[in-house]
Design a protein around this ligand. Sequence first.
Ligand code: SF4
Ligand code: MG
Length: 317
Amino acid sequence: VRDLGMTFPAPRQGMRRTAGIKAVDGVSFDVRPGETLGLVGESGCGKSTTGRMLVRLLDPTAGQVDFQGNDITRLSQRALRPLRSKMQIIFQDPFASLNPRQPVRQIISAPLRAQGLAAGEIGREVRELIQLVGLAPEHLDRYPHQFSGGQAQRIGIARALATRPALVVADEPVSALDVSIQAQIVGLMERLQRELGVAYVFIAHDLAVVKHLSHRVAVMYLGRIVEIGEKAEVYANPAHPYTKALLSAVPLPDPAAERARERIVLLGDPPSPANPPSGCTFHPRCPKAQEICRSEPPLLTIAGPGQRQVACHFPES
Ligand code: SF4
Ligand code: MG
């Protein structure tokens, strides 16, 4: 992903033409085969927009997405079709993404029918898929409303994996589920990754959710990546003040350590991308902000082992 951008047209204010709203601005990263990149940030930071552009559900206004040697942002819909089955998406609300009038069999088999598989082969595949996600063949004749949220998300996962994709963008796939169910779904996705070798871009609004399954994490703030690196490095030594604040909200397993550690509470809500602060856009909320932060936007530069990159004038060493 190189310099990816999405500028939405700003609403007209009388005769005045205002600049567009930069929802995503100059985002670059790689996703390696079979890995999980956790993409984390508060709501409105551009993570879902980024996820949709990765699988070209949205056309970016800048930059490119190279997928298996093709810049998919420049392909026609026709040229894109054979690649579509190799990149899939799972949504936050499983019920909203499953057609309520279709039985599960039809939902899961749709991407296989689109590939032109024979009926017998589709039947075998669908039975295998439903069991792969921990449900039973008799579930295939039921309708989405007959399932719990966790079960419905298993169906969404089965549909996403039906065509054996190389990449699945999971846009907050567990945020709408009970905490006890979240761990089951994350565990299922980890197991399926080991068995199928699929890469995930796993989007979440906090660092707790992506801690176990990510190999690397990227933290977004107001349309930009502010820190990206190997999971172990970022969690042990967050370099950006925003990452540090997000991490301070992740519960620690050891109760003594949990009591002793310092909580960083950020002031205010994230600013609107329609009216971003000058310089470092995090400066109004940053406990470390200095004069330069108000005028100079920090660039994402390598700072630390494991190709860690940080956008901050005063990163933690
Ligand atoms: Fe804080 Fe300045 Fe770093 Fe921005 S550049 S995160 S305001 S210290
Ligand atoms: Mg979102």
